[in-house]
Design a protein around this ligand. Structure first.
Ligand SMILES: NC(=O)c1ccc[n+]([C@@H]2O[C@H](COP(=O)([O-])OP(=O)(O)OC[C@H]3O[C@@H](n4cnc5c(N)ncnc54)[C@H](OP(=O)(O)O)[C@@H]3O)[C@@H](O)[C@H]2O)c1
Length: 239
């Protein structure tokens, strides 16, 4: 299998991991469509991708907008969902429930709605690849909301692998990745996080987005894996 001439829609494909997936798939000859909420970010991503890539601004928490997007898109081969926002981590006692519920909107319900409105358009042999994170398996104190979203995404992946079969549905679970997701931290705090992770990880360094992108490309090219979580965390779960 190859991604040559395959049409791949990457929701959240304008930054970080999603943009790296777009670049890696384009390098295999895929036709890329990216979507995210900020028009300037979509334009920047398209300038980076060049070639035949196309894109659209789309708020993935808006189900009607999602439905309209896929009605316009027509048939395609693979759906990748990497959209996410920086989560504010808070201890249980300090968690406002309305805020906590809102965090599910993009990363969980956005992915759910994407699968709902896209799956009939995916051609035979295609797949869906979602995104979670190792916080679901190795949370720290204050990570209850983020960990819950990750594990809910992995459970949804297994359920949809059955419900949408023979369409394959898989998910990538990254550890810490050097991406714009961490932009709200101070430079000092971010550098300290990366340095501590690099010291802790068996691989000795923190992932760049392209280190994770290859896992998405693998799951798209694969023909037999479904319902699986591919953990790409530099060995962080072992230590
Ligand atoms: N980076 C890490 O360390 C890490 C670790 C584990 C898991 N993850 C997960 O991996 C996924 C990708 O993260 P990343 O590091 O690539 O983050 P990123 O660089 O911040 O990219 C996030 C993407 O989501 C889009 N997005 C945000 N809100 C949106 C909305 N309402 N509608 C449509 N698109 C929206 C952003 O574009 P716009 O701003 O244009 O909307 C951007 O393209 C996330 O789910 C994240 O939680 C990341």
């Amino acid at each position: 299998m190859t991604l040559q001439n395959r049409k791949i829609i990457i929701l959240g494909g304008t930054s970080g991991i999603g943009l790296a997936v777009a670049k890696a798939a384009a390098a295999e000859g895929a036709r890329i469509v990216v979507a995210s909420s900020n028009p300037a970010r979509v334009a920047d991503a398209l300038a980076t991708l060049g070639g035949s890539a196309s894109g659209q601004s789309l708020d993935l928490t808006d189900e009607e907008a999602m439905k309209a997007f896929f009605e316009e898109t027509g048939a395609f081969d693979h759906l990748v969902y990497t959209a996410g926002e920086a989560l504010q981590l808070a201890p249980l006692d300090g968690t406002d429930l309305a805020t906590a519920r809102r965090f599910f909107e993009l990363r969980y319900w956005g992915a759910f709605s994407a699968a709902k409105h896209a799956h009939r358009l995916i051609r035979p042999g295609g797949s869906i690849v979602f995104t979670s994170g190792v916080a679901g398996m190795r949370p720290g104190p204050g990570w209850s909301v983020a960990a819950s979203i990750c594990s809910a995404m992995e459970a949804m992946t297994r359920a949809l692998a059955l419900e949408l079969a023979p369409l394959r549905v898989n998910i990538v679970s990254p550890g810490v990745v050097k991406s714009p997701l961490w932009r709200d931290m101070t430079t000092e705090a971010r550098d300290a996080l990366y340095e501590a992770e690099a010291r802790r990880l068996p691989v000795g360094h923190v992932a760049e987005p392209q280190d994770i992108a290859s896992a998405y490309v693998y799951l798209m090219n694969q023909t037999y894996a479904t319902g699986q979580t591919l953990v790409v965390e530099g060995g962080g779960l072992l230590v």
